[in-house]
Ligand binder design. Structure first.
Ligand code: MF3
Ligand code: CO
Ligand code: CO
Length: 275
């Protein structure tokens, strides 16, 4: 997400601010990393249920990541000590796995980032815990629509701002708030690289999209107002007005005539209901 540039990290030396253009081998690497991310998110579907502890879900993510021959990129990232981010209800992103248990009616985002053979897959989905009220289910549905409308703009010749414009239009058309403090990001051999992919933008602005660019789109959409605040743990971001928040994330690569989504579910489990 955003604002990592200012922080000392072993990635910073490799980040020169330019948007990298990748070739076929890089696409193949991202396809494998992205597929593993999707398989992990698929495997969580039956495990996300009332009573589940979020640190147990994180253990599953770590085990599946390692079994897949990858490493969770978040482990040790700027002091983060977990293999996933698990964000419940009004938590916008970067929720820390703990002994907290899920309860009936919760909506939860799980974000995973396997680093496989030097390539980063980065994806998150929403899960519904038991019986979820219609208002919350609608937020989740519209947030997924926002992601896919953004992805539909991702093609050569378009501008990066076209993506955020499509997302903002749909979210605000449903009277939801688009989070501004965090954004999508370039990725590949780096976890977080240029460009910053903002989710509320003006069409026709920003860099032109070119074949070989890799980045995530990961809109965070609030039932209430956009502003977020950070909790004392330094990670957990919550909505200022405590309204519910939803997010979906895919990693994509710009192709000759559109884009490839690296993190699509092989089982078609990209959004709830997963039954
Ligand atoms: N996966 C998150 C993203 O989409 C980043 C999490 S970094 C962490 O960019 F340190 F909070 F885990
Ligand atoms: Co991301
Ligand atoms: Co992510």
């Amino acid at each position: 997400m955003t604002q990592y540039q200012t922080v000392a990290h072993d990635e910073t030396g490799l980040r020169d601010g330019t948007i990298k253009l990748h070739g076929p081998e890089a696409f193949a690497g991202m396809r494998r990393a992205g597929r593993l991310a999707a398989e992990i998110l698929d495997a969580l579907v039956p495990l996300v249920r009332p009573g589940a502890r979020t640190d147990d879900l994180d253990d599953v993510v770590r085990r599946m990541t390692l079994d897949g021959g990858a490493v969770p990129a978040t482990l040790g990232y700027r002091g983060y000590a977990h293999s996933s981010c698990i964000s419940i209800n009004h938590v916008v992103c970067h929720g820390i796995p703990s002994d907290k248990t899920l309860k009936d009616g919760d909506i939860v985002n799980i974000d995973v980032t396997p680093l496989l053979d030097g390539w980063h897959g980065d994806s998150s989905r929403m899960y519904l815990v038991g019986d979820v009220p219609l208002k919350a289910r609608r937020l989740v549905e519209v947030t997924h629509e926002c992601l896919m409308l953004g992805i539909a703009q991702a093609k050569p010749g378009a501008r990066l701002g076209d993506i955020g414009a499509a997302i903002q239009r749909h979210a605000e058309g449903n009277r939801y708030g688009v989070v501004r403090e965090f954004c999508g990001h370039g990725l590949g051999r780096l976890f977080h690289d240029a460009p910053e992919v903002i989710h509320a933008a003006r069409a026709g602005t920003g860099p032109e999209l070119k074949p070989g660019m890799f980045f995530t789109i990961e809109p965070m959409i609030n039932l209430g107002k956009p502003p977020v605040k950070l909790l004392e743990d330094g990670w957990t971001a919550v909505t200022r007005d405590r309204s519910l928040s939803a997010q979906f994330e895919h990693s994509i690569g710009i192709t000759g005539d559109g884009c490839e989504i690296f993190t699509l579910s092989p089982q078609g489990l990209d959004k709830p209901p997963y039954a």
